[in-house]
Every structure is written in structure tokens, then in C-alpha cells.
Write a protein that binds this ligand. Structure first.
Ligand code: SF4
Length: 466
């Protein structure tokens, strides 16, 4: 059987603010995971439109398309195209799960929720010529899933070909997050068996790994065993976790020992009222600075995530947030304009309040204002968002933030990582054009090499109890 798997490009990947490197980071792991359930005899073509031109002139038997909110219209067009050529078309992913009625007319079958249980079921039904219109996931487990078909991934087109996911979901329930909508009807946080995760790591070449899990420290027992197993593997890795998990117990030390060198942290807002409104309870009354100091003391760089436009935000929020990031030596900042994704509690609340201004999903990219704001005008919010990026990544502020660290090595590492990421676009574009992004990996690995904690920095930390 001829199978085509497609990740259509996100609408923002074509905006004037498009940084090609941002869309050449991670390969489409979700599709490669599903491909593992296909037969070794199937002829599979996996295409990611972010890194290659789609070939739409072929005649596959089965087409599988992954749909996010800002590639939805493009995904539907591709689906319609292949259906008109007689292919059987499947649509799945976050947006299909949020709005199945919208997606269904463009597909022969749609998938709601994660596909690890439903896709094998579909394949059996398809072979028996009796596929269903809707497959809804309910059995949530990663036990016994087959190894990801990494052979289908064009490694040289990605900066981080060794991305990996060892869990699904997250134990928290923030109102603006897709997570609850996607995992409705079953478990919303579960992990692989530790040995399977370690085997998957073992199969990856080189030293660098990027864990794409929503919350790598979300299950302390699993994470402890994983980090224990990774000791001695000589890996360096990046991942994501919450403020409270950094402050609790000593899991973060174990992660650092196993090779954690940079962490994505959802600070989101400094306002307790904003946190309460967003149901981001895990950040309430947590000392962000203590979390930052703890990470720095372990030589872990920080990618801070911040949301603008929550109801308590005022016109000064942008300046405050940038200044806090610089003063606290946050290595990279990711700013978002609040976006009420359909299917989330936030969307429902805003809809009830009559605050949703557009249903043009292409604009739901966290760079546009799609809802009625409260203490800021839409213009202030958009302008402040762009200004925050410009200011945080000015050479002056990159230098100021780097100089906050104590050791010369830490200062240099911060400066190279942030400057290299944001200020060398022509180099990134050249590497993308020549399909040689993966050649930069040894440089990334050496930038991520360990910085020894300075004693005075460690002594500044107060003991933390669970
Ligand atoms: S902590 Fe992160 S992944 Fe978990 S629900 Fe909140 S926003 Fe989503």
C-alpha cells in the first residue's frame, strides 16, 4: 500500500516574521510514531511542508494529515485534493479534536485525541474494508508502542533531529492550554515504560536530545528512574518543566546530573490574579527568582515563556517582563499574545462573554489579537508584544543578561547561545538551504556543555521542601 503522511505548513511560517529556522527545529514525530504501525512492506512518504516542497502529483492509497489550528485551512485543501484523486484521507491532531465537525467533511475518517490506540484499530478496519468515520481515543497507554520510524525523517533538514517524547500530556489544567481538550475522555498524563524510553534514547546518534514532553518532571517517579538510567550515557539534553517542579525536592539536580542543560519554563505572568483566572495554580505563590537561581546554580539555561494580554495586564507589563528576564539572566524568552484556542476552557469563557472577535484560525498564532481585551487595547497589546521581542533580544540586553552570571564560562555560554539563536539569520538560512543543519549539532553540544555551579551561588539558595 502507498501511504502519504503530511504535516502542512503553519500559516505563520509564511508571515513576514517567519524565521525559517524556527520551523526547521523538530521533525514530525507524531506522524513517524503512527508510521510504526504500518507494515514494513508499505511504501511510506512522509513530507513536512516546513522543510520541503510538497509533492501533490502522486497517487497514494492512504493519506494521513496532521492538523494544527493555523494549518487547518491548508490541511483541508490538501485533503480535498487527494480525495478528488481517489485516496482515502485521514485527518487527526489538536484542531481536529477541538472541532471534529469542521474537519469531518474533508476526510474519510477523523481521529479524536491521541492515535496510539485508534490508528491500529483503523488499519484493521481498513484492511477489512470497514473503516469508521470517527475514531475516538479512550485507551491511553504507551506500553508496547513500536519504535518510531525515524528512518522516514530527513535528519539533515532539522536542527534538532534527536527530538523525543517519553510521555503524553501533563498533570496540570491551565485554562488556555489545549491539553484538556485533546485528552478528554481518558487519561491526560501518562508515560512510557522507563526501559522503553531508555532504549529509544540509546537508538539516537550523537549526544544531544530535546525532550518535547509538556512536562518532563511531571511524574517524579518516572523522571527519577529515567535520569538514573541516563547517567553515564554522556548525553546533553533540553526539555520543559513547571516552576513548582523546579522548586520541589531534588529532581532538578538529578536531571542536571543526567545531562539537562536548558529548560523551557512556563512563568507566563507575574500577576496572582492572572494565574488564578487561568487556573495555573501550580505557579501561585511560587518564588520565580528562587526557581531561576536554582537552575542557574546547576548550570541550566532557561527559556522563559510569558503570555501577554491576560485580563490583569496593563500597558507596563511588556517593559516589566523584559526587564525581569534580563535582570534574572533568562537565556531566551518566548512571548505569546493570549490565544483562546477552540476546545479550551478559555475559549468557552470568552465566547460566553462575547469576546471572540474572529474565527479565522490562521490568526490564532499567538502573534495576533483575536479577542476583546480588557485593560489594554488590541494595538497596545500587539505593539507591546513586538517591542518586547525587539528589546529582549537587543545586543545591549543580551550582553546585560549574560553579565548577570558569575562565572566567565557561564557568561560566554549565555551570550553565544542567545546571540547565535537570534542574531545570525543568514547563517541559519544558508544551513537550511544546503540541507546541512545537522552539521551544527557538535557546536550546539559544546555550547550546552556543563558549567560547574559556583559555590557562592549555591550558598545563596535556601533549602526547598516539597
Ligand atoms: S502546565 Fe503547560 S502543558 Fe500543562 S496544562 Fe499548563 S500550559 Fe498545558
Amino acid at each position: 500500500m502507498k501511504v502519504k503522511m503530511i504535516l502542512p505548513a503553519l500559516a505563520e511560517a509564511e508571515s513576514p516574521f517567519w524565521r525559517p529556522i524556527k520551523y526547521s527545529l523538530f521533525p514530525p514525530l507524531g506522524l513517524a510514531t503512527l508510521a510504526a504501525y504500518l507494515s514494513p512492506d508499505d511504501d511510506i512518504d512522509l513530507q513536512d511542508q516546513h522543510v520541503e516542497k510538497l509533492n501533490l502529483d502522486d497517487n497514494p492509497d492512504l493519506v494521513i494529515i496532521q492538523v494544527y489550528i493555523t494549518n487547518a485551512y491548508r490541511a483541508y485543501q490538501i485533503a480535498d485534493h487527494y480525495r478528488s484523486r481517489g485516496a482515502y484521507v485521514l485527518l487527526g491532531g489538536l484542531h481536529v479534536t477541538s472541532l471534529p465537525e469542521e474537519a469531518a467533511p474533508h476526510a474519510d475518517s477523523i481521529f479524536i485525541g491521541p492515535g496510539e490506540d485508534t490508528f491500529p484499530q483503523f488499519l484493521t478496519d481498513y484492511k477489512n474494508r470497514n473503516p469508521k468515520k470517527v475514531y475516538s481515543s479512550s485507551l491511553r497507554t504507551l506500553t508496547g508502542i513500536p519504535p518510531i520510524r525515524r528512518d522516514l525523517i530527513k535528519r539533515n533538514r532539522y536542527l534538532v533531529p534527536n527530538s523525543i517524547v517519553v510521555s503524553r500530556g501533563c498533570p496540570h489544567h491551565c485554562d488556555f492550554c489545549y491539553k484538556d481538550a485533546f485528552f478528554e475522555g481518558g487519561r491526560s498524563f501518562y508515560t512510557q515504560v522507563v526501559d522503553d524510553a531508555l532504549s529509544e534514547i540509546d537508538r539516537l546518534p550523537g549526544r544531544h536530545l530535546y525532550f518535547l514532553d509538556d512536562h518532563l518532571l511531571g511524574n517524579a517517579k518516572f523522571a527519577t528512574e529515567l535520569f538514573e538510567g541516563m547517567k553515564g550515557m554522556n548525553r546533553v539534553f533540553q526539555g520543559a518543566a513547571t516552576v513548582d517542579s523546579i522548586l520541589r525536592g531534588n529532581l532538578i539536580e538529578k536531571a542536571a546530573e543526567a545531562g539537562l542543560r536548558s529548560l523551557f519554563v512556563g512563568f507566563e505572568t507575574f500577576s496572582p490574579e492572572n494565574l488564578r483566572q487561568s487556573n495555573k495554580k501550580q505557579n501561585l505563590e511560587k518564588d520565580y527568582i528562587q526557581a531561576v537561581n536554582r537552575l542557574h546554580s546547576l548550570g541550566i539555561m532557561i527559556n522563559g515563556s510569558f503570555v501577554f494580554g491576560l485580563d490583569e495586564d496593563d500597558p507596563d507589563v511588556f517593559k516589566r517582563t523584559v526587564e525581569w528576564g534580563v535582570k534574572n539572566a533568562i537565556t531566551t524568552s518566548t512571548y505569546h499574545i493570549l490565544t483562546p484556542y477552540p476546545g479550551t476552557k478559555l475559549f468557552k469563557t470568552m465566547e460566553e462573554q462575547g469576546r471572540i472577535l474572529t474565527r479565522n484560525w490562521d490568526l490564532y498564532d499567538t502573534r495576533n489579537v483575536v479577542y476583546q481585551t480588557k485593560n489594554l487595547t488590541a494595538e497596545q497589546l500587539k505593539h507591546g508584544y513586538h517591542r518586547a521581542y525587539d528589546e529582549f533580544y537587543s545586543w545591549r540586553n543580551i550582553a546585560r543578561a549574560s553579565l548577570q552570571h558569575e562565572s566567565a564560562k557561564h557568561k560566554l555560554k549565555h551570550f553565544c547561545y542567545t546571540g547565535g539563536w537570534k542574531k545570525f539569520e543568514p547563517v541559519w538560512n544558508f544551513l537550511i538551504k544546503t540541507h546541512s543543519l545537522n552539521h551544527i549539532l557538535p557546536v550546539l553540544e559544546s555550547v550546552l556543555s556543563r558549567v560547574k555551579p559556583s559555590q557562592s551561588h549555591v550558598e545563596k539558595l535556601e533549602p526547598v521542601h516539597a
